[in-house]
Design a protein around this ligand. Structure first.
Ligand SMILES: *[C@@H]1O[C@H](CO)[C@@H](O)[C@H](O)[C@H]1NC(C)=O
Length: 462
């Protein structure tokens, strides 16, 4: 181990390499999280899969243990410019996922805890599913004409905290082959991007995102850089025990895989929101927002006090994987009973029970939201991303931008609560502040389990 490390850094020096390096002062042991793939004829088959922690949460140092990044700042000595920073700095193994990040896998269940006080305070986390028997490739999901199913326990998630399970269109190897300065790859959880054109990623395209870095005013662990990392995103699940939403975000056609944006293309400033390359609002299905306040929540029809199963079906135009995606359907199973999705109950909108392009257009028209989703390609574009393959992301987070009000409270801030589309759940309007939830609910947690995918109606017992 040591010999290898010395030899490998020596050869890098000789080659004059400038790269996002990997270091191994701490081990990288991907927690095993078996999943299943199912077919209609043969049932489900277990896959030996594991998860890997995203690179943003990792120790970033110079190879001798000197920090390149601390809290929400880059090291001034190495990271004034991206080239030098990328040359000097690298990522390390995550070490013990549980004691440092509160992430643990047991059997087919993954538990993510909210605040973990190790040597440092860790808040939330983001992990990706690796391919079967691989430690350096993500599992690529192609879900057109298929379904995706998992069990979730959100009973430990109060207002302001979001347990999310979603797909984004990342590179299979984390960008290692496409961007030679990225020597880390999927093994170290590199290559994230999403429909918000994440500007808080510390590395994009194998390069440190340290230039023009602005430390966050409210988040002691985050900041924003010159570049953003954009990708098509399918949010299968964003939820706590109060509210839940599933949402499709798409990007302009030129965005295939990870797209590095800068300036207006990132759409970061509020006035440039709809001028970015990706659709930040997305098209969402949140039962409460769509007029049913008795469907999802504690002791409601989908009872968030106990575990339940979430089934998501990706329906195409002709019922094969060869035509465009046209509908994303949802159902739940709890205590052995199948629960159909709620129907929209909004004056002026037909009763829809799934995401389709007409649903998005109707709801946005009535809620007075621009249909950036439709403009940027709608569900067919989301299907194109699945054709190329998407990576499964499991995360737990609080929201320094909007206090999660868009999920479980009222949004946008200041809008009257009786205006259609504004109320998303029963959480107090002044709640969800990260400082407050981290202090009040450090032990919040989410458990994802029994993850399976495959033919329509093959992953659950009807
Ligand atoms: C909410 O959904 C349930 C289950 O579909 C239904 O029985 C109920 O009537 C709905 N309520 C409203 C207000 O739409």
């Amino acid at each position: 181990m040591h010999t290898f490390q010395i030899v490998s850094s020596l050869s890098l020096l000789l080659a004059g390499s400038q790269a996002q390096k990997y270091y191994s002062m701490k081990p990288e042991n991907h927690p095993k999280l078996p999943t299943q793939v199912c077919t209609k004829d043969k049932g489900c088959v277990k896959q030996d899969t594991a998860i890997v922690l995203d690179s943003n949460w990792r120790w970033c140092h110079d190879g001798s243990g000197s920090n390149c990044y601390t809290g929400n700042k880059w090291n001034e000595q190495y990271c004034k410019d991206a080239k030098t920073c990328t040359e000097k700095c690298g990522l390390d193994g995550a070490g013990d996922y549980e004691s440092t990040y509160g992430i643990s896998a047991k059997g087919d269940a993954l538990t993510m805890k909210f605040v973990t006080q190790g040597q440092q305070k860790n808040v939330g986390g983001r992990v990706y599913l690796l391919a079967p028997n691989s430690d350096d490739k993500y599992n690529m999901f192609k879900l057109k004409n298929k379904e995706f199913t998992f069990d979730v326990d959100v009973s430990g998630l109060p207002c302001g905290i979001n347990g999310a399970l979603y797909f984004t269109e990342m590179e299979e190897d984390g960008g290692k082959s496409k961007y030679p300065t990225n020597e880390c790859g999927a093994k170290y959880g590199t290559g994230y991007g999403d429909g918000q054109c994440a500007v808080d990623v510390k590395w994009v395209h194998g390069e440190a995102n340290c230039e023009n870095w602005v430390p966050s005013k409210s988040d002691p662990n985050a900041g924003t850089g010159r570049y953003g990392s954009c990708a098509n995103e399918m949010d299968v699940w964003e939820a706590n025990k109060i509210s839940a939403a599933y949402t499709s975000h798409v990007c302009e056609e030129k965005v295939k895989g990870i797209y590095r944006c800068e300036g207006i293309e990132c759409g970061t400033k509020p006035e440039e929101r709809f001028r970015g390359v990706c659709d930040k609002d997305g098209c969402d299905f949140n039962s409460y927002r769509l007029g049913n306040d008795s469907y999802y929540g504690e002791r409601k029809i989908v009872d968030t006090n106990t575990k339940f199963t979430v089934v998501t079906q990706f329906i195409t135009v002709d019922g094969t994987a060869n035509t465009p995606l046209k509908e994303v359907r949802r159902k739940y199973i709890q205590n052995g009973k199948e629960i159909a999705n709620s129907k929209t109950n909004v004056p002026g909108v037909a009763p829809y029970d799934s995401i389709t392009d007409p649903f998005c257009a109707d709801v946005k028209r009535v809620f007075g939201d621009p249909n950036d989703f439709g403009k940027k390609g709608g569900l067919p574009r989301a299907g194109d991303a699945f054709d190329r393959g998407m990576v499964l992301v499991l995360s737990l987070w609080d929201d320094h931008t909007a206090n999660m009000q868009w999920l479980d409270g009222a949004y946008p801030p200041g809008a009257p609560e009786d205006k259609p589309g504004v109320k998303r759940g029963t959480c107090p309007r002044d709640g969800g502040k990260p400082e407050q939830v981290e202090q009040q609910f450090p032990n919040a947690q989410v458990v994802y389990s029994n993850i399976r995918s495959g033919d329509l109606d093959s992953t659950y017992r009807p």
